[in-house]
Design a protein around this ligand. Structure first.
Ligand code: SAM
Length: 247
């Protein structure tokens, strides 16, 4: 059973488009500003992308994908390929982007994929924070180890991810037109959680080591990291983290 995708995800994402739109737009703006490919050497000198956990790309920006000559999507959900093409196919085709959709466990197969596409960039689209749901809760250390292993496998690549950092209930109901909380650069995590109106306890998605932290970003030219609020429902919010890493 797919606990993080499949028909339940598609129905929820379809119904929640208006509520999730401010977060999708904020991520799109961030991608367009901070995740422009640095070394375009994929297909005939044009960059290519492996998009992992793509699903139908409910929160993915077609505009950002248009910088690539070729996009290969990967999801374990057999519905994902058809729905991704339905949502993004026409816009990508209009810009000459070649799209190939694969039904595959791209996390288990990551070393093979990296070998098969040696010059492609990689983007994990809201999938790394879901790993903890695919193992018993008591095995959280193995999940952290797996995430570190993924990060190591990507050494030398241009890659990025958007993933859950934490999530949980909020103190007051969130209205559809409430402004999206924005993180100020000087805030620590506790101040950010206060801004998110987090009602303790929040779930840790175990992704704290996937990207360099603000404190350990040695060279900001090589890594861009940004936090986002995601109003998942009227009573439940996620803290998403996005990053783009240049070798
Ligand atoms: C939270 S959903 C996000 C979907 C998508 N990024 C979007 O915006 O609609 C997580 C997705 O990751 C997929 N997934 C989970 N584990 C995976 C794996 N090992 N390989 C590929 N996809 C995976 C799930 O099937 C699901 O579609």
């Amino acid at each position: 059973m797919n606990l993080t995708g499949g028909i339940t995800w598609h129905c929820l994402a379809w119904r929640s488009q208006a509520r999730w739109a401010p977060t999708s737009q904020a991520i799109e703006q961030w991608l367009l500003t901070h995740a422009q490919v640095f070394k375009p050497e994929g297909v005939m000198g044009q960059p290519s992308l492996l998009l992992i956990g793509a699903s139908a790309g409910w929160m993915m920006s077609s505009t950002w994908l248009q910088q690539f000559a070729r996009v290969d999507t990967f999801d374990i959900d057999p519905l994902a390929a058809t729905l991704f093409k339905w949502r993004h196919g026409a816009a990508l085709k209009a810009h000459g982007v070649e799209v190939h959709c694969h039904t595959q466990d791209a996390l288990a197969d990551l070393p093979n994929l990296l070998a098969a596409f040696p010059k492609a960039c990689v983007f994990f689209d809201n999938v790394l924070g879901q790993l903890r749901f695919q193992s018993p809760a008591a095995q959280w250390q193995q999940v952290e180890k797996k995430l570190l292993q993924i990060r190591k496998q990507l050494q030398g690549r241009e890659w990025g991810s958007v993933h859950d950092r934490m999530s949980g209930p909020v103190n007051d109901a969130i209205n559809l037109n409430d402004p999206l909380p924005l993180r100020q650069a000087s805030w620590n995590d506790q101040q950010w959680l206060t801004q998110l109106n987090a009602q303790s306890p929040w779930l840790d998605h175990l992704t704290h080591s996937v990207l360099p932290t603000r404190e350990t970003q040695a060279d900001s030219n090589h890594v861009a990291v940004q936090d986002f609020a995601w109003n998942f429902s009227a009573r439940y919010r996620h803290w998403l983290q996005a990053g783009w890493v240049r070798p």
